[in-house]
Every structure is written in C-alpha cells, then in structure tokens.
Ligand binder design. Structure first.
Ligand SMILES: [Zn+2]
Length: 162
C-alpha cells in the first residue's frame, strides 16, 4: 500500500463513494439550498496540483477541513467509504461512464461541475448498491479501489512506556 500511495503522487482523476446515513439539507455555495436523500453518491474530481492525487484524497477524507468545494459539504455531512484513483485520468470521462450505468442519476445539476461545460454534474446518486457500483466502475476501467482509511493522516506515534 505504501508503494501504491507513492504512485498516487501523480496527477489524475478520482471517484469518491460517499455515504450519507441521513438526509442532507443545506446551502451549497452557488447551488443554494439542496436536499439529498440518505444513501450513496459518487463524486468525480481531479487533482493536478503539487502532491497529486494523494494530497487531494487526503484532504477529502479529513474531517477538519474548511469548506471550499461543493463536495466538502457532503464529505463532512457523510463519509467517504471508497476511493477509485485514476492516474492521468479525466473526471469527465469517468463521469460519462458513470452516467451510462443504469442505477446512477444526477441529483443536483451543476454539483461539482462549475468549471465543466460538458457534464450535467460531477456528482451522481446511486440507486441500489454502493460499493458494488464503485467496483463495477473499477472493473470497467481496470483500476483499483482504495479504502478511505488509506488516506487518513498517520496518527502520532505512541510514546513508549519507560
Ligand atoms: Zn465534466
């Protein structure tokens, strides 16, 4: 896993599987007030800055971040349960694949796609299955799913007992 995380220093795209255990209602930036049913959602993003995929994914799983992107509202209200990183990938291509899957739909037009002129949103609702849908996408593109925990900051070392 260490070796794999090193590979993820590269830029690319990713899919987050997010679980909401209860309904979410709140104001999400330019989208205004939105409401999402409890369940699973996929978010499609990209990381092209320094630190690549690994640093972006670490931010997504953190619970103490300042809200910057639309999806931050949802990762804070719910939790990231699976991550599909794609080195050199494009989030729009991944989102297109997702939209072709029968059990996914666009819950909030424009969510996560302010900078995109081709996708209706970079955020899809999953109707039935959660991890299974992410797995199907992973198989389709021949990439591996990572548990969210693999991007959590390492906990401080325990002092040894004297
Ligand atoms: Zn797009």
């Amino acid at each position: 896993m260490m070796q794999e995380n090193k590979i993820l220093k590269q830029p690319g795209a990713y899919v987050l599987l997010i679980e909401l255990d209860k309904i979410y209602t709140g104001s999400v930036g330019s989208l205004g007030e939105i409401s999402l049913a409890a369940g699973h959602y996929l978010y499609f993003g990209s990381a092209r800055g320094p630190g690549g995929l690994a640093s972006r994914l670490k931010r997504h799983v953190r619970s103490d971040k300042k809200i910057h992107w639309h999806v931050d509202h949802i990762t804070l209200a719910g939790k990231v349960v699976g991550i599909l990183p794609v080195v050199d990938g494009r989030e729009c291509n991944l989102c297109d694949l997702g939209r072709k899957m029968a059990n996914l739909s666009v819950p909030v037009p424009g969510f996560g796609s302010s900078d995109c002129k081709s996708c209706p949103a970079h955020f899809l609702a999953v109707h039935g299955g959660g991890v299974e849908v992410l797995e199907a996408l992973a198989v389709e593109i021949k990439e591996e799913i990572y548990p969210a925990a693999s991007f959590l900051p390492t906990t401080a070392a325990q002092p040894s007992t004297v």
